[in-house]
Design a protein around this ligand. Sequence first.
Ligand SMILES: Cc1cc2nc3c(=O)[nH]c(=O)nc-3n(C[C@H](O)[C@H](O)[C@H](O)COP(=O)(O)OP(=O)(O)OC[C@H]3O[C@@H](n4cnc5c(N)ncnc54)[C@H](O)[C@@H]3O)c2cc1C
Length: 295
Amino acid sequence: MELLRDHDLSRLTTIRIGGRARFFAEPRSYEELRELILFSREKDIPLYILGGGSNTIFGDIGGLVLSMRRLSRMRVEPSNGKLLIEVLGGTPLRDLISLSVKENLRGIYRLAGFPATVGGAVAMNAGAFGVDISQFLKRVVFVDWSGELKEAGAEELEFSYRSSPFPTEGLLLSCLFELERSNIPVESEFKRIRERRKRSQPIEKPTSGSTFKNPYPMYAGELLERVSMKSYRVGGVSFSEKHSNFLINHGEGSFGDVIALIGEAKRRVYEEFGVKLEEEVRLIEDSGLDGWKVL
Ligand SMILES: Cc1cc2nc3c(=O)[nH]c(=O)nc-3n(C[C@H](O)[C@H](O)[C@H](O)COP(=O)(O)OP(=O)(O)OC[C@H]3O[C@@H](n4cnc5c(N)ncnc54)[C@H](O)[C@@H]3O)c2cc1C
């Protein structure tokens, strides 16, 4: 495994913003993951796990960024009329969705159309169109922060809206899903969902998905629109015209632009509605904002 230094992070997230990482690696096995965890402990530097980078924005990183993309594989096993699918953490979510449509499996196809990895989707408890990924999960295998391999049943783990015990508890190496066959064909509904997403989200542009969590029972996008943040721009970054809760990088956007925009949006929404918006997107830089695992 190569340990790269001073690595450019800008191509590794979907919003295409990023500084540089002091160390960067793409492990291919549990042994290599463990080696990297022990390396970061020994050096006493923070470690950050990167999946598809579709909900992450990087500044400059003085620690180690570990990309999961080489840990990508699925194994399928029939069980009592259902399918058990074991998926490595770095596998693109779209591979699991495609398989579920091909096999006419219930529900999980509703998560179609966003560029996540399976590990990132479980860590964020990603959801869309009435389903959350955790509801299909049976077990996970993870590596804890001392490098030990652990297993847990889904019922032992606490999932809530866009929240899971990961990466706080460790790094998801593999996830086991139990999926049922549907009595009705799912493909047409899957296509409808994909089309709806294309119409309502700027998926063709460099973006990082939802910036803020929805402050139940309100929608962050609606609050942002009401305080005129739709299309509001700072430097090279703006909120999208198509979906006010999505940030767009217009080419030269920087981490500083993102922080300034987010600050302005939070300020306006708080002043107007008394609501404290909470970031869904992971903003990662050396100052230790959300997402760091400091060992
Ligand atoms: C166009 C677009 C549309 C989107 N639509 C939706 C939507 O409808 N619903 C929704 O929920 N999200 C949506 N998102 C956001 C994003 O896709 C999800 O949050 C997704 O789950 C992030 O997965 P990722 O692999 O890209 O994670 P990253 O952005 O790489 O990481 C996110 C978090 O997960 C952690 N993580 C990643 N891999 C692992 C692992 N193996 N083990 C432990 N922790 C890990 C990271 O450390 C980080 O804290 C959208 C994003 C885009 C760009």
